[in-house]
Structure formats: C-alpha cells, structure tokens
Design a protein around this ligand. Structure first.
Ligand SMILES: [Zn+2]
Length: 434
C-alpha cells in the first residue's frame, strides 16, 4: 500500500510525504513526489473527501491530498464491560459517583447483564472507539464477581476484535479488595485467568490503612506476575485522599518506574501548593503516568459544593509542565457513571484542554499526543508511531493539522491496522448548493 501526499508531524511542517506499507509495516517515508513513485500521479483520480485510490505497482495507492496522518489512537482508560448499561436497573438521578456504584451493586444483585449481553455491548463499544481511529484499548474489568464472568467475556472479546483493535485488560476490584471477604484473591485469580494489568481502588477501601494495604498488594501481584499497575486513584473530592503518594513510593521502592499508571487523580486538584511541591518530584522519580478522564469527572465531581464549584479534574497542565506523562481517556460509554460517550478521543482532548487552561499553541498544535504517544507510553507499546520500520497502525483525519482536527472535531476518513484497512469514511464536508 502507498499513502501519497500525507501531512505528518515533522520538523518541516507543510512538507508532504508518501508512506509505503508492506506486510503490515511502514517500509519507508519519503518526500511526496519522490522519483521512486513517479508515474503514479498520471493514474490517480479524485475520490470523496479529497482522497483517491487505485491499484498498481505499489498495491493500493491512496492519495490523501495533504490530510493529517497520525498513529492510530490509544484509549488507555475505559470500561468495556460497563458499556451501554445506563438505565438498568435505573438511571443515576444524582449524577454522583457514589450513586453509580450503588446502581452497579444493585445490578449485580439482580443478576442483570448476561454474558452474551456484556459481550455484544463490549464489542459495540470497541467498534465505536475504533470508528474514531482507536487501535489500542486498555479496559478495566470488574473482578468482584466470584464467577469472573465479565473477565471471561472480555478475554474472548479481546480475541474477537484483534483484527482491528489490540486490547489489554486490567483486573479492577470495583468495590475494593478488602471491603468484602476474598476481594484480594479475586484480583489474583483474574491475573491467572487472562487479565494483563493489576488494578486497585484504594479510596473505596474501608479505611485509609486498607487503601494502603490494597496498593501494596497490587504491587506485590505486579511483581509476582510481571505485570504493570493501573489504579483508580483518589477519584474523590477530598484533599485528604493521597494514595497517589503511596503509589509513587511503592513504584520507586520496587524499581517499577515507568510501569505504574494513576487513573483519575481527582483529589490532586484539591491539594495545597505545599503538598504538591513535595509530591511532584516523587511522582517524577517514580515515572508515574496519568490517565485523566475530563468529561467523566466534570460530570461526577464537585457535586454538593456551592459556587464556585470545583472542576474535579487532575491539574493536567501542572503535571505536563513538570514532565509527567498524561493521557486523556473516555472512561465510560453510557453507563451508570456517565450517560454519554462514544469513544471519540478528539472530543475528550477538546474537553481536557479546555478544563486544563491549555488552549495555547504549546498544547493545541501537538494535541494528539494526549491520545497517541502519551497513552502508548502508558501501555508500553513498542513499534508505535509514524516512522520507518514501525507497525502500520495509522489514521487519516479530515484536516491538515492537529489544530484543525481539534477545531473542527475532524472525523477519521481512513483507519489502518497492521497494514490492513479497518474502515473508510466519506468526507463529512457539506456539498454546497448556494
Ligand atoms: Zn474508570
């Protein structure tokens, strides 16, 4: 396959390139119009969305006419087993995180959500994300069920969607490990039965001491299974919730730098400057990464406060400016926690930059980092990116730059996974009659 006239992130903006793909890998990237592909132009014809394609010596040739080509997007925090469950058994009337957890508990007690339903909805959610250019997903799976039904379903789903999306699974104890008997053992069993990453939720444990113990147990399991750690950490409007500090300390003590991800970190937005000044170097030493879910936490947090209502989103700009790795994530697609969502990470980046006071050139012009290279680093993806020799996982946006993608909420016109076309989409531009 040959992709012609692509705009990629490069030192020389405006210089279009041709990208050749063979056997699922990018074999070369050359300035557009290079002699090696001369003659292809004479056969090209215009197609929808400014693209044209044909077959010939280079296999399929797609002329993207200056559109922006990025690596396939990476969703580093979502709950596929919860997708499309909103309203059953009831809606979340308060909009709070704690009513959502209560609804989820009721749902489990009532036995709602058969394995087949969870499977169909998880695949639909993965397809929805993939339709917006996502090629890699880290999903948290609730492992508080003694039968581990959702885990079994997601292990199957992982195989079923492998043609268009690479999934990894976090063993996530939604109600805590120590809030009921055997919770910690279920996390370990989940790791034996197909989960890839160790999860925890320390702020929902019965006491702070239980929360610390749950983190130590999570790191013990990570060492035992050679797994990474990804924790729902401090997702609460409480500046006393400081489990992220424990995560930094454990990651550093156990030489797990760069292998530990903090999801949400909502309470951090309430920390005092004095505490943050001590915390930032510790997080940097541990090379913590962060999955921030701005849409979800803007909806859930700050309930019950009088004006001015807090934002309840981690201080992203402060983290990024300190050199920490931050990704923006969807978290939910229509579940008790969040009634919206479709897996479109450009929408999430938009919200994240707004709430983070980051609509400035330094962030806007490289905004795809928050859903590409940053979460790829969180997942430890090797072979990722637009470069010669890398796996050919890439998308073509209907825009010429990252700024334009953000401003226009530009759709993905073409998605390629390991060299194979996942989907094409016609131009979303209007055909003007007046
Ligand atoms: Zn979550």
């Amino acid at each position: 396959m040959l992709i012609r006239n692509a705009q990629i992130r490069s030192e020389s903006a405006g210089q279009l390139v041709d990208i050749r793909i063979d056997d699922g890998r990018i074999t070369w990237i050359r300035p557009a119009g290079d002699a090696a592909v001369a003659g292809v132009d004479s056969q090209a014809h215009s197609g929808q969305g400014g693209r044209s394609s044909q077959s010939g010596e280079f296999g399929e040739v797609v002329d993207v006419a200056g559109k922006f080509v990025a690596p396939q997007l990476v969703e580093s925090h979502i709950h596929l087993d919860y997708a499309f469950s909103a309203g059953t058994p009831r809606d979340n009337e308060s909009g709070t995180l704690f009513e959502a957890i209560e609804i989820w508990r009721e749902r489990k007690q009532l036995g709602l959500g058969t394995a087949e339903e969870v499977r169909a909805k998880a695949i639909a959610a993965a397809r929805s994300a993939a339709s917006h250019g996502v090629g890699f997903i880290r999903t948290h799976v609730d492992v508080t069920d003694p039968e581990l039904v959702a885990l079994g379903v997601l292990v199957d789903v992982k195989k079923e969607v492998a043609d268009f999306c690479q999934i990894e699974i976090v063993a996530f104890p939604q109600n805590g490990m120590y809030a009921y008997p055997g919770g910690d053992e279920l996390v370990e069993r989940a790791l034996r039965e197909g989960a890839d990453v160790v999860g925890a939720i320390p702020h929902l444990e019965p006491t702070r001491e239980d929360g610390v113990a749950s983190l130590k147990h999570a790191f013990d399991l990570a060492e035992k299974f050679g797994a990474r750690v990804d924790v729902h950490c401090d997702e609460i409007d409480d500046e006393q919730s400081r489990f992220v500090e424990v995560m930094a300390a454990e990651a550093t003590k156990r030489s797990m730098q760069g292998l530990t991800n903090v999801s949400h970190a909502v309470a951090m937005s309430y920390y005092t400057p004095g505490f943050m000044a001590r915390l930032l170097p510790k997080m940097q030493a541990a090379q913590l990464s962060f999955s921030v879910c701005p849409n979800e936490n803007l909806h859930l947090q700050g309930r019950g406060f009088s004006n001015p209502v807090p934002r309840g989103v981690a201080p992203v700009k402060q983290l990024v400016d300190f050199g920490l790795n931050v990704a923006f994530c969807q978290d939910s697609i229509s579940d008790p926690w969040y009634p919206m969502g479709n897996g479109d990470l450009v929408r999430i980046i938009d919200t994240g930059l707004h709430v983070g006071h980051m609509l400035t050139p330094a962030y806007v012009d490289t905004c795809l980092d928050f859903a590409t290279t940053n979460p790829a680093q969180t997942l430890g993806l090797s072979d990722y990116g637009i470069a010669e020799g890398k796996r050919a996982n890439l998308v073509v946006f209907e825009a010429g730059s990252e700024r334009e993608i953000l401003q226009e909420s530009a759709p993905v016109l073409l998605s390629i996974n390991d060299g194979r076309t996942v989907f094409e989409r016609p131009s979303m531009n209007p055909v003007w009659r007046l």
